[in-house]
Design a protein around this ligand. Structure first.
Ligand code: ZN
Length: 78
């Protein structure tokens, strides 16, 4: 791992978006998708998550693309 990661404060505009996103997910149930390789909970998606997400498992380091809609167990409203 690089030690040269620079952390900078997000711009006020970006901060606003982060706060909005936090509020938006506060009332949604998170769903944990397990890494298919090591069964570690590798990604959290919310009820309004649609489409494909790519995640790198923090445990085993494998990169997996999930089709969130196809992985849903609850019925999707159209
Ligand atoms: Zn994994």
């Amino acid at each position: 791992m690089s030690k040269n990661i620079r952390i900078t404060e997000p711009s006020p505009e970006m901060m606003g978006k982060i706060i909005q996103a936090r509020k938006a997910i506060a009332e949604q149930k998170p769903r944990y998708i397990k890494c298919p390789y090591c069964q570690h909970n590798s990604i959290v998606v919310y009820e309004d998550t649609r489409g494909h997400v790519e995640t790198k498992c923090k445990k085993c380091g494998k990169i997996t693309v999930f089709d969130v809609l196809n992985m849903r167990r609850i019925r999707v409203k159209f």
